[in-house]
Design a protein around this ligand. Structure first.
Ligand code: E4P
Ligand code: PEP
Length: 341
């Protein structure tokens, strides 16, 4: 159950609604979303309590949700949430547009960043990606440039005026990553790092939440719930492939999860065709399919010298492939009634 207080509700009215819930054995957890206080309970006490609460002073409405989702649920918020980044006309996820984020998997050097960024901007990317803190399977693999990488990414943000997203892997780093970027990426491997989710939520920065490689749709949405519960509703979900028996692709891109997540939640959903397939020749077909099934955008790995890339070079598109992808995407995006932003 979600008790939505009116924006003018006094502290006493919030406390009295909470007390009413407690008197029925429910434990309310309070959260403030977009300036509105909501009281969330795990269970419900039947329709009679909702009626009583709805006439209590300071209560705007009561939403009874049946599953475990609360603030991420379309029942709570039927209309699509739009997450806008950058200045006017920047990247908007969840509206009528379709936004493409592109850049290298990892930030490597000023020259590499200049080359890749120039190429993706020329082809129409509206937001840049680049990892400074890389979550690698092996401790001997390149771990990212860390703070120096963040600085290089921030330089590209300043040079191009485009918003940037980069991964944060520990709660302690949230503050500095939030200062240097427009959006915090929480990667597949950290999707259920609850302290990281809470800290990212508290930062107030928009969050790009990738689906864990073994996470169900419900677990993914409940991970997002942690961020919303901290009062931050600027969350974009990203399907990036799940583990299956198939070894011909790096992961198995679950496009049905995109359509299902869009049905269950008001949050925008984008697709990562690079990490999911691991193969450049699959990136374009999966991107077109993502646009067709209702995704709100893409995040694509691009490198101008992929054979020497320090991370995931095998899945990166080169400049020409990315430009071709953007050209092919436009009519598909328009065919489903949207515009390539
Ligand atoms: C890059 O974005 C990730 O850190 C990478 O996909 C992790 O994979 P690996 O360390 O298994 O190569
Ligand atoms: C990434 O996008 O840099 C990344 C590490 O992706 P994922 O968390 O999906 O593996």
């Amino acid at each position: 159950m979600i008790v939505v207080m009116s924006p003018q509700a006094s502290r006493e009215q919030v406390e009295s609604a909470s007390e009413l819930l407690r008197s029925r054995g429910l434990i309310p957890v309070s959260s403030t979303v977009a300036g509105v206080t909501v009281l969330i309970t795990e269970g419900t006490d039947g329709p009679e309590l909702a009626t009583v609460l709805e006439s209590a002073p300071g209560v705007d409405r009561v939403v009874t949700v049946s599953g475990s989702q609360r603030l991420t649920s379309r029942v709570f918020r039927p209309e699509d949430t739009e997450v806008a980044l950058g200045s006017a006309g920047g990247a908007v996820f969840g509206g009528t547009g379709f936004a493409v984020i592109a850049g290298p998997c990892a930030v490597e050097s000023p020259a590499q960043m200049n080359a890749v960024v120039d190429s993706v901007v020329a082809s129409g990317a509206v937001m840049l990606r680049g990892g400074a803190f890389k979550p690698r399977t092996s401790p001997y693999s390149f771990q990212g440039l860390g703070l120096a990488g963040l600085t290089l990414l921030a330089e590209q943000r300043k040079r191009t005026g485009l918003p940037v997203v980069t991964e944060v892997v520990t709660p302690e780093d949230v503050k500095c990553v939030a200062e240097e970027s427009d959006m915090l990426q929480i990667g597949a491997r950290n999707m259920q790092n609850f302290e990281l989710l809470r800290e990212a939520g508290a930062s107030g920065r928009p969050v790009l939440l990738k689906r864990g490689m073994s996470a169900t749709i419900e677990e993914w949405l409940l991970a997002a719930e942690y961020v919303l519960h901290m009062g931050n509703s600027d969350v974009v979900l990203c399907e990036r492939g799940i583990r299956s028996f198939e070894r011909g692709t790096r992961f198995t891109l679950d496009l049905s999860a995109v359509a299902e997540a869009k049905r269950l939640t008001h949050l925008p959903v984008i697709v990562d065709p690079s990490h999911s397939t691991g193969k450049p020749h699959l990136v374009t077909p999966m991107s077109l399919a993502a646009a067709s099934c209702g995704a709100d955008g893409l995040i694509v790995d691009v490198h101008t010298d992929a054979s020497n890339a320090m991370c995931d070079g095998a899945q990166a598109l080169d400049s020409e492939q990315f430009s071709t992808l953007m050209g092919r995407l436009k009519p598909v995006v328009e065919a489903v009634g949207r515009t390539l932003s």
